[in-house]
Design a protein around this ligand. Structure first.
Ligand code: TYD
Length: 214
Protein backbone atom coordinates (compact mmCIF):
# COMPACT_ATOMS: atom_id res chain seq x y z
CA UNK A 1 0.00 0.00 0.00
CA UNK A 2 1.45 3.36 -0.97
CA UNK A 3 0.87 6.58 0.88
CA UNK A 4 1.63 10.00 -0.58
CA UNK A 5 2.20 13.26 1.22
CA UNK A 6 -0.06 16.26 0.75
CA UNK A 7 -3.75 16.23 -0.02
CA UNK A 8 -5.15 14.39 -3.00
CA UNK A 9 -7.37 17.35 -3.77
CA UNK A 10 -4.45 19.25 -5.28
CA UNK A 11 -3.29 16.51 -7.66
CA UNK A 12 -3.84 16.03 -11.36
CA UNK A 13 -6.03 13.00 -11.76
CA UNK A 14 -9.24 11.50 -13.18
CA UNK A 15 -12.73 12.54 -12.12
CA UNK A 16 -14.10 11.06 -8.89
CA UNK A 17 -17.91 10.77 -8.64
CA UNK A 18 -19.86 9.44 -5.66
CA UNK A 19 -23.55 8.62 -5.32
CA UNK A 20 -25.20 8.86 -1.91
CA UNK A 21 -28.60 8.44 -0.30
CA UNK A 22 -30.54 6.41 2.25
CA UNK A 23 -31.46 2.78 1.56
CA UNK A 24 -34.14 2.44 -1.08
CA UNK A 25 -33.42 5.88 -2.53
CA UNK A 26 -32.46 4.39 -5.91
CA UNK A 27 -28.76 5.15 -5.67
CA UNK A 28 -27.61 1.73 -6.86
CA UNK A 29 -30.05 1.91 -9.81
CA UNK A 30 -28.49 5.24 -10.81
CA UNK A 31 -24.98 3.84 -10.35
CA UNK A 32 -25.86 0.93 -12.65
CA UNK A 33 -27.19 3.33 -15.28
CA UNK A 34 -24.34 5.82 -14.97
CA UNK A 35 -21.31 3.56 -15.38
CA UNK A 36 -22.27 2.12 -18.82
CA UNK A 37 -23.48 5.56 -19.98
CA UNK A 38 -20.09 7.09 -19.22
CA UNK A 39 -18.29 4.18 -20.91
CA UNK A 40 -20.48 4.77 -23.97
CA UNK A 41 -19.30 8.38 -23.97
CA UNK A 42 -15.76 7.03 -24.37
CA UNK A 43 -14.56 7.42 -20.79
CA UNK A 44 -12.35 4.86 -19.09
CA UNK A 45 -14.49 4.14 -16.01
CA UNK A 46 -13.96 2.18 -12.81
CA UNK A 47 -17.27 1.46 -11.07
CA UNK A 48 -17.04 0.51 -7.43
CA UNK A 49 -18.96 0.52 -4.13
CA UNK A 50 -18.74 0.72 -0.35
CA UNK A 51 -18.66 -1.15 1.88
CA UNK A 52 -16.89 -4.04 0.14
CA UNK A 53 -15.12 -2.56 -2.88
CA UNK A 54 -12.11 -4.86 -2.32
CA UNK A 55 -11.71 -8.54 -1.37
CA UNK A 56 -10.61 -7.51 2.13
CA UNK A 57 -13.45 -5.00 2.33
CA UNK A 58 -15.90 -7.73 1.37
CA UNK A 59 -15.02 -9.50 4.62
CA UNK A 60 -15.42 -6.26 6.63
CA UNK A 61 -18.81 -5.76 4.93
CA UNK A 62 -20.00 -9.17 6.13
CA UNK A 63 -19.21 -8.19 9.73
CA UNK A 64 -20.80 -4.75 9.37
CA UNK A 65 -24.10 -5.99 7.94
CA UNK A 66 -24.45 -9.19 10.00
CA UNK A 67 -27.70 -8.75 11.99
CA UNK A 68 -26.34 -11.08 14.71
CA UNK A 69 -23.83 -8.42 15.86
CA UNK A 70 -26.45 -6.42 17.75
CA UNK A 71 -23.79 -5.54 20.33
CA UNK A 72 -21.59 -3.64 17.85
CA UNK A 73 -20.45 -0.38 19.40
CA UNK A 74 -21.03 2.73 17.29
CA UNK A 75 -17.34 3.62 17.29
CA UNK A 76 -16.41 0.06 16.27
CA UNK A 77 -18.82 0.50 13.38
CA UNK A 78 -17.25 3.83 12.36
CA UNK A 79 -13.75 2.31 12.53
CA UNK A 80 -14.76 -0.69 10.40
CA UNK A 81 -16.32 1.51 7.70
CA UNK A 82 -13.16 3.65 7.74
CA UNK A 83 -10.96 0.54 7.48
CA UNK A 84 -12.99 -0.66 4.49
CA UNK A 85 -12.65 2.80 2.91
CA UNK A 86 -8.89 3.00 3.56
CA UNK A 87 -8.30 -0.27 1.73
CA UNK A 88 -10.71 0.77 -1.05
CA UNK A 89 -9.00 4.12 -1.60
CA UNK A 90 -5.46 2.79 -1.62
CA UNK A 91 -6.12 -0.42 -3.56
CA UNK A 92 -8.74 0.72 -6.08
CA UNK A 93 -9.71 4.41 -6.17
CA UNK A 94 -6.38 6.26 -5.98
CA UNK A 95 -4.53 4.00 -8.45
CA UNK A 96 -7.41 4.43 -10.95
CA UNK A 97 -7.53 8.22 -10.53
CA UNK A 98 -3.77 8.42 -10.95
CA UNK A 99 -4.08 6.47 -14.21
CA UNK A 100 -6.53 9.18 -15.32
CA UNK A 101 -9.59 6.92 -15.08
CA UNK A 102 -13.03 8.15 -13.99
CA UNK A 103 -14.14 6.54 -10.74
CA UNK A 104 -17.83 6.18 -9.81
CA UNK A 105 -18.49 4.93 -6.27
CA UNK A 106 -21.85 3.80 -4.91
CA UNK A 107 -21.40 5.41 -1.43
CA UNK A 108 -18.22 6.95 -0.02
CA UNK A 109 -17.14 9.25 2.84
CA UNK A 110 -20.48 11.10 3.20
CA UNK A 111 -22.19 7.84 4.19
CA UNK A 112 -19.92 7.64 7.24
CA UNK A 113 -20.46 11.32 8.06
CA UNK A 114 -24.25 10.84 7.84
CA UNK A 115 -24.75 7.34 9.32
CA UNK A 116 -21.97 7.15 11.93
CA UNK A 117 -21.07 10.80 12.52
CA UNK A 118 -24.63 12.09 12.78
CA UNK A 119 -27.38 9.43 13.03
CA UNK A 120 -25.25 7.17 15.26
CA UNK A 121 -24.05 10.26 17.15
CA UNK A 122 -20.37 9.30 17.15
CA UNK A 123 -19.56 12.94 16.35
CA UNK A 124 -19.15 14.52 12.96
CA UNK A 125 -15.72 15.99 13.64
CA UNK A 126 -14.24 12.71 14.89
CA UNK A 127 -15.64 10.68 11.99
CA UNK A 128 -14.47 13.33 9.52
CA UNK A 129 -10.93 13.31 10.96
CA UNK A 130 -10.83 9.51 11.01
CA UNK A 131 -11.93 9.32 7.38
CA UNK A 132 -9.59 12.04 6.17
CA UNK A 133 -6.76 10.08 7.76
CA UNK A 134 -8.01 6.85 6.15
CA UNK A 135 -8.36 8.39 2.68
CA UNK A 136 -5.40 10.77 2.59
CA UNK A 137 -7.99 13.59 2.37
CA UNK A 138 -9.49 12.24 -0.84
CA UNK A 139 -12.95 13.74 -1.44
CA UNK A 140 -15.08 13.20 -4.55
CA UNK A 141 -15.14 15.95 -7.18
CA UNK A 142 -18.91 15.64 -7.33
CA UNK A 143 -21.48 13.86 -5.16
CA UNK A 144 -25.01 13.08 -6.33
CA UNK A 145 -27.44 12.83 -3.42
CA UNK A 146 -30.69 10.99 -4.09
CA UNK A 147 -33.06 12.56 -1.62
CA UNK A 148 -36.47 11.27 -0.57
CA UNK A 149 -38.44 10.70 2.65
CA UNK A 150 -37.28 7.64 4.62
CA UNK A 151 -40.83 6.28 4.89
CA UNK A 152 -41.08 6.14 1.10
CA UNK A 153 -37.55 4.80 0.49
CA UNK A 154 -37.78 2.03 3.12
CA UNK A 155 -41.06 0.89 1.59
CA UNK A 156 -39.15 0.02 -1.59
CA UNK A 157 -36.89 -2.54 0.13
CA UNK A 158 -37.81 -6.15 -0.56
CA UNK A 159 -34.99 -8.40 0.78
CA UNK A 160 -34.58 -9.35 4.47
CA UNK A 161 -33.18 -6.30 6.30
CA UNK A 162 -29.45 -6.26 7.20
CA UNK A 163 -28.09 -4.85 10.49
CA UNK A 164 -28.29 -1.21 9.37
CA UNK A 165 -31.58 -1.55 7.48
CA UNK A 166 -33.11 -2.99 10.66
CA UNK A 167 -32.77 0.41 12.35
CA UNK A 168 -36.10 2.22 12.88
CA UNK A 169 -37.45 4.68 10.31
CA UNK A 170 -36.49 7.56 12.65
CA UNK A 171 -32.80 6.56 12.27
CA UNK A 172 -33.06 6.64 8.47
CA UNK A 173 -34.83 10.00 8.61
CA UNK A 174 -31.87 11.32 10.66
CA UNK A 175 -29.51 9.97 7.97
CA UNK A 176 -31.56 11.78 5.31
CA UNK A 177 -31.38 15.07 7.26
CA UNK A 178 -27.64 14.56 7.78
CA UNK A 179 -27.08 14.19 4.02
CA UNK A 180 -29.01 17.45 3.44
CA UNK A 181 -26.89 19.13 6.12
CA UNK A 182 -23.72 17.87 4.39
CA UNK A 183 -24.94 19.26 1.07
CA UNK A 184 -24.99 22.70 2.74
CA UNK A 185 -21.50 22.19 4.21
CA UNK A 186 -20.14 21.23 0.76
CA UNK A 187 -22.33 23.19 -1.69
CA UNK A 188 -19.76 23.09 -4.50
CA UNK A 189 -19.54 19.31 -4.44
CA UNK A 190 -23.12 18.17 -3.76
CA UNK A 191 -25.93 17.93 -6.29
CA UNK A 192 -29.30 17.07 -4.68
CA UNK A 193 -31.69 15.07 -6.84
CA UNK A 194 -35.33 14.30 -6.12
CA UNK A 195 -35.30 10.51 -5.63
CA UNK A 196 -39.07 10.29 -6.15
CA UNK A 197 -38.70 11.27 -9.82
CA UNK A 198 -38.63 8.72 -12.64
CA UNK A 199 -35.26 6.94 -12.82
CA UNK A 200 -34.65 7.94 -16.46
CA UNK A 201 -35.23 11.58 -15.62
CA UNK A 202 -32.79 11.42 -12.69
CA UNK A 203 -30.25 9.73 -14.97
CA UNK A 204 -30.59 12.55 -17.52
CA UNK A 205 -30.04 15.12 -14.76
CA UNK A 206 -26.87 13.33 -13.64
CA UNK A 207 -25.55 13.05 -17.21
CA UNK A 208 -26.37 16.70 -17.85
CA UNK A 209 -24.40 17.78 -14.83
CA UNK A 210 -21.42 15.54 -15.66
CA UNK A 211 -21.36 16.69 -19.30
CA UNK A 212 -19.97 19.99 -18.03
CA UNK A 213 -17.08 18.19 -16.30
CA UNK A 214 -15.99 15.54 -18.82
P1 TYD B 1 -25.05 -0.56 0.71
O1 TYD B 1 -24.35 -1.76 0.24
O2 TYD B 1 -24.94 0.66 -0.11
O3 TYD B 1 -26.55 -0.92 0.97
P2 TYD B 1 -27.81 -0.41 0.23
O4 TYD B 1 -27.54 -0.68 -1.22
O5 TYD B 1 -28.87 -1.27 0.83
O6 TYD B 1 -27.98 1.04 0.55
O7 TYD B 1 -24.54 -0.17 2.16
C1 TYD B 1 -24.65 -1.05 3.19
C2 TYD B 1 -25.05 -0.33 4.44
O8 TYD B 1 -23.93 0.33 5.03
C3 TYD B 1 -26.11 0.73 4.25
O9 TYD B 1 -27.11 0.47 5.23
C4 TYD B 1 -25.44 2.02 4.61
C5 TYD B 1 -24.31 1.60 5.50
N1 TYD B 1 -23.11 2.47 5.49
C6 TYD B 1 -22.77 3.18 6.64
O10 TYD B 1 -23.49 3.15 7.65
N2 TYD B 1 -21.62 3.92 6.62
C7 TYD B 1 -20.79 3.97 5.54
O11 TYD B 1 -19.74 4.64 5.58
C8 TYD B 1 -21.16 3.22 4.36
C9 TYD B 1 -20.28 3.24 3.16
C10 TYD B 1 -22.33 2.48 4.38
Amino acid sequence: MSYVSGTEASRNRGLFVSIEGIEGSGKTTQYEMLVPALIQRGLDVVGTCEPGGTALGGEIRKILLNPDFKEMDGLTEALLYAADRCQHVHEVILPALRRGQTVVSDRYIDSSLAYQGTARQIGLEGVKNLNEWATNDLYPDITFLLDMPASLALGRLTAAPDRIESEPASFHEKVREAFIMLSRVYPGRFVILDGTKDKDEIHREIMGRLAKMI
